[in-house]
Design a protein around this ligand. Structure first.
Ligand SMILES: CC(C)(COP(=O)(O)OP(=O)(O)OC[C@H]1O[C@@H](n2cnc3c(N)ncnc32)[C@H](O)[C@@H]1OP(=O)(O)O)[C@@H](O)C(=O)NCCC(=O)NCCS
Length: 192
């Protein structure tokens, strides 16, 4: 399904969340370079190209076309207090429509911006958009059993634990167990 909807620019008290633009490439590459170790255990191993501005220039077009194709919403997070710097990202991917109407959420915030409630603030706005405007019925998010911060964040956002999956994702060079959680949309509209 192709959407004529413009990609969102979401604003909260402290943050802006939006898709990458070509002019963001340097700032995005810097975010991934500076936070390489901090984020490494929670994502697949990335090629060297992933950490370059060239790669992120090409991705800005790709993420726009994925959004228009109703396949993903890949947001980068900017703080009003320091507008030149990307401080995090939140990816809603694997959109499944039909009888399912769900997607998968993944996220990360810069190591030096953890512990200020910023990811929660950003995700509240982003999930609100995904529920109200994209009319998703369920957002699923999974975390490592040891990831206290991620589990706490999801619990505060209202996500409910649905299970425990052994050897669920191949991350950081190993199959890893995950806790499975989800949040459903009380305002979902049939045919909406
Ligand atoms: C998971 C992750 C995003 C959580 O970030 P976070 O900053 O802890 O999450 P929140 O936005 O919910 O912030 C909560 C913290 O801010 C504190 N806080 C400070 N000011 C706050 C405010 N105004 N409002 C709310 N919380 C506030 C809370 O007390 C809490 O800190 P605590 O856990 O030490 O008590 C972050 O740890 C991260 O990026 N980790 C690496 C990548 C990763 O694990 N991704 C998830 C893969 S499943």
């Amino acid at each position: 399904m192709l959407s004529l909807r413009e990609p969102p620019v979401l604003t909260t008290a402290r943050l802006t969340l939006r898709l990458a633009e070509p002019g963001d490439a340097e700032a995005i590459a810097r975010y991934f370079v500076e936070n390489h170790e901090h984020l490494a255990s929670t994502r697949p191993r990335m090629d060297a190209e992933f950490f370059t501005a060239e790669f992120w220039r090409s991705q800005s077009q790709a993420s726009r076309s994925e959004f228009r194709g109703d396949r993903s919403l890949r947001l980068f997070i900017w703080e009003h207090a320091n507008p030149g710097r990307v401080i995090g990202n939140a990816n809603f991917t694997q959109f499944v429509r039909g009888a399912a109407q769900y997607c998968v959420l993944g996220y990360g915030i810069a190591a030096d911006r953890e512990g200020h409630g910023l990811m929660r603030e950003g995700l509240e706005a982003a999930i609100g958009y995904v529920f109200r405007e994209l009319n998703m019925h369920r957002v699923m998010a999974n975390f490592f059993p040891w990831n206290r911060r991620s589990g706490g964040l999801l619990r505060r956002l209202g996500f409910v634990v649905e299970g425990y999956a052994r050897d669920y994702l191949y991350l950081d060079g190993e199959w890893q167990d995950h806790v499975l959680t989800s949040l459903t949309n009380p305002g979902w509209r049939p045919g909406g």
